[in-house]
Structures are given as structure tokens and as C-alpha cells.
Design a protein around this ligand. Structure first.
Ligand code: PLP
Length: 374
């Protein structure tokens, strides 16, 4: 198979696809495809329970956190989060860090539900370490965040998939003077690529279709004490109380997507867990960034301290070669490298299921392209 650098939905481990194919018409001798099972039956209940237990083990999710499987993607969570949390405490306020397109969408959606403020933004050019950074190519420094201690929560996106900006050093809210403000994180595009510090975050959500499985299921990890404050307008299916109390089966869940996510969790355990996959992700990212930094032919514009391990946007210095680059890459078996339309250029998404070998193949191709056109 060619190497797939799609930002999402993205590459799944081949072993997972092969196992799903082998089990497609008859899951474990029960005579049914997972798609044909009642979600209330014993087979699917087992699939759901194992997925939850494996995810809890992989990320060391503490008992004080509920693991929910929901629908609607991270986009729906942009509304579900305020609908469930903003009424807590009565102030109907929340603060947002703006670091790119995805956090911007979260901020916009939340405005329908209360008094929403920008706590910090990277939406302007800045000088960092003596270098001029363009908007959305850096993450706002924690020291600059303006927090309201009576906010119902602070929201940030910890990996901006389009800009290629990652923020992993989540702060302790108490140390920032906002001890009662829970940190809510959209971790969609680096979920399961590195450990999560649950002493810092109170709610983490992620659409599955990058590192966790196919589109259709959204994972929500939420501190139990935050559940139970939904606004009256919140649809029942999106009230965290109902989702938690029903074991993510308030209504028919996306059964097949949960099943594949469960296979991905088992695959991750076989790779050595999150610590092992993180080490592999570090090696992959280093290889690509080192090559980009050493080349005068390509450029990555993200501040070095904010570069994403998962999504690497880069540009050819001579942009007239873009179409040729993409056509040749496709021929060489390197797929879906075109950058997001709002940024242009190229983007290599190197999620968990993309092995080092794929990044090596990409770098070799880029070197050869540079040799011929540089
Ligand atoms: N947040 C981030 C960081 C994303 O990368 C995406 C999609 O790529 C979304 C939110 C939106 O996810 P969905 O399309 O599943 O609603």
C-alpha cells in the first residue's frame, strides 16, 4: 500500500484493517458482523467494555474520570461542552485560547451559550526569540493568558491540525490563579500520540479519525464532578449525565466505529503502549523537521517550540513547483500531502499508524525532488 499522510480521516494500522476484514462477516464465531449486532447484546457489550478498559489502561485514565463514546465529532463537542459546563457556578462565562482554525471554531460555537472571552491569541504576527512569527504559527505563552477566575472553564486546542501547532505543557490552573477553572482540551489530532496529564485537564475530547479509529465516534474523558450541569436546551443525547449513566448507549452508538477504535487500542498496546508510540512519534517528527531545517528548498514556518509532532505543514520555496511535487509524490506512493486550503503548500500528517519507514520514504523523495529542481 502507498504511504498515507492524510490529516484525517487518516491511515489506520494495516493489522487493524486486516483483522476487521477477517472478522467482517463472522465476529468470533457468533455468525454476525459487528455491524449486524444489537448494541445491547452480549457480544457488543463486550466490545464496548474492552474498548473502555483498554483506553483507560493506555492513557492511565484515573477513576475520577468517565470515558464516554459520543457522536457528532469534535465539532459537536464545541457546542456540547458549553451546553454541559457553562451553567456550572452560575456565571455563564468561559475563556478560550485562540491558536488556529480549530480553536477559532470552538470559540465561535461557544458564543451561542454565554459570555465567551479570548484569554490569549496567536492571531497576530509576533517576535519570538528574535524571529518574526506569522499569525497562527506559534502558541500563546502561558504567562500572557488573561483568565477570569469565575469562568466555568478554559478551553484550548492542544494540536492545531491545520497550522501544525502543538501545545503539550498544559498548565496547572491553580498556579495561574484560577484554581476552580477546569481546563477543557480539544486533543483530536494528537490524542493517543503522547501521555495526558489528568491532574491538569478536567475534560479532554477527540474525534477518533486521526489516531483512534474511523470517523463517527468521539472520545470524551471527563472528570466526574463536571457531569450534571447541562443547560435545559442541551439535547438529551448530548447531556453527559445520560451518556455516562448509559455506558455511552443512551441511544444506538456508532457500533462499528467503536469496534475499530477498540482494535486500534489493542494494536497500540501491542506496540508497547503510549510511551512507545510517543518515542516513535518523536523520531519521525525529528527526521522530517531536521530535513526541512537543513534545506533551502523547503520551509516550515512554525515556531520551533510549538511544532506539532503529528501535522507538519511545509512549503516549497518555489511555489510554482507545487503541482509537480504533488503529482510526483503520488506516483512515488506518497499520498495526500496537499496542504489545507487556508494555508497552502504541503502538509504531512504523521499519526501513530504512519511508521518511520513512511517518513524516511517521504524525506528521500523530497531530497530527490530538491536535487532535480533545486
Ligand atoms: N478539532 C481538531 C483539532 C480537528 O483536527 C478537527 C478535524 O480535523 C476537528 C476539531 C473537527 O472534527 P470533526 O470533523 O470530527 O467534527
Amino acid at each position: 500500500r502507498p504511504w498515507n499522510f492524510s490529516a484525517g480521516p487518516s491511515a489506520l494500522p494495516l493489522e487493524v484493517l486486516q483483522q476487521a476484514a477477517a472478522e467482517m462477516t463472522d465476529w468470533h464465531g457468533c455468525g454476525m458482523s459487528v455491524m449486524e449486532m444489537s448494541h445491547r447484546g452480549k457480544q457488543f457489550t463486550r466490545i464496548r467494555d474492552e474498548a473502555v478498559a483498554d483506553l483507560r489502561e493506555l492513557l492511565a485514565v484515573p477513576d475520577e474520570f468517565e470515558i464516554l463514546f459520543m457522536q457528532g465529532g469534535a465539532t459537536a463537542e464545541n457546542a456540547i461542552v458549553p451546553m454541559n459546563l457553562i451553567g456550572r457556578g452560575g456565571a455563564h462565562k468561559a475563556d478560550y485560547i485562540l491558536s488556529g482554525i480549530w480553536s477559532g471554531k470552538s470559540y465561535k460555537e461557544a458564543q451561542r451559550y454565554g459570555d465567551i472571552a479570548v484569554a490569549a491569541t496567536s492571531g497576530a504576527a509576533a517576535e519570538i526569540d528574535g524571529v518574526r512569527q506569522e499569525p497562527w504559527t506559534w502558541f500563546p505563552a502561558v504567562a500572557e493568558w488573561r483568565l477570569r477566575p469565575d469562568a466555568a472553564y478554559l478551553h484550548l486546542c492542544s494540536n492545531e491540525t491545520i497550522g501544525g501547532v502543538e501545545f503539550s505543557d498544559w498548565p496547572d490552573m491553580a498556579a495561574l490563579g484560577a484554581p476552580g477553572v477546569p481546563l477543557v482540551v480539544d486533543a483530536s489530532s494528537h490524542f493517543l500520540s503522547r501521555p495526558i496529564d489528568f491532574s491538569k485537564a478536567a475534560l479532554v475530547y477527540a474525534g477518533a479519525q486521526k489516531n483512534a479509529g474511523p470517523a463517527g465516534v468521539t472520545v470524551v474523558l471527563i472528570r466526574k464532578e463536571l457531569i450534571g450541569h447541562a443547560l435545559a436546551v442541551c439535547p438529551s443525547a448530548f447531556d453527559y449525565v445520560n451518556v455516562a449513566e448509559s455506558g455511552s448507549m443512551f441511544n444506538t452508538p456508532p457500533t462499528y466505529a467503536i469496534y475499530i477504535a477498540g482494535l486500534v487500542f489493542k494494536w497500540l498496546k501491542q506496540q508497547g503502549g503510549v510511551a512507545a508510540i510517543e518515542a516513535a512519534n518523536i523520531a519521525k517528527a525529528r527526521l522530517l523537521y531536521d530535513y526541512l531545517d537543513g534545506s533551502g528548498f523547503y520551509i516550515n514556518r512554525v515556531h520551533a517550540g510549538s511544532r506539532s509532532r503529528m501535522n507538519v505543514p511545509f512549503f516549497l520555496c518555489d511555489e510554482s513547483l507545487n503541482a509537480e511535487f504533488l503529482a510526483q509524490a503520488d506516483k512515488a506512493g506518497l499520498m495526500q500531502l496537499k496542504g489545507h486550503k487556508s494555508v497552502g503548500g504541503m502538509r504531512a500528517s504523521i499519526y501513530n499508524a504512519v511508521p518511520l519507514q513512511a517518513v524516511q520514504a517521504l524525506v528521500s523523495f523530497m531530497q530527490e525532488f530538491e536535487r532535480r529542481h533545486g
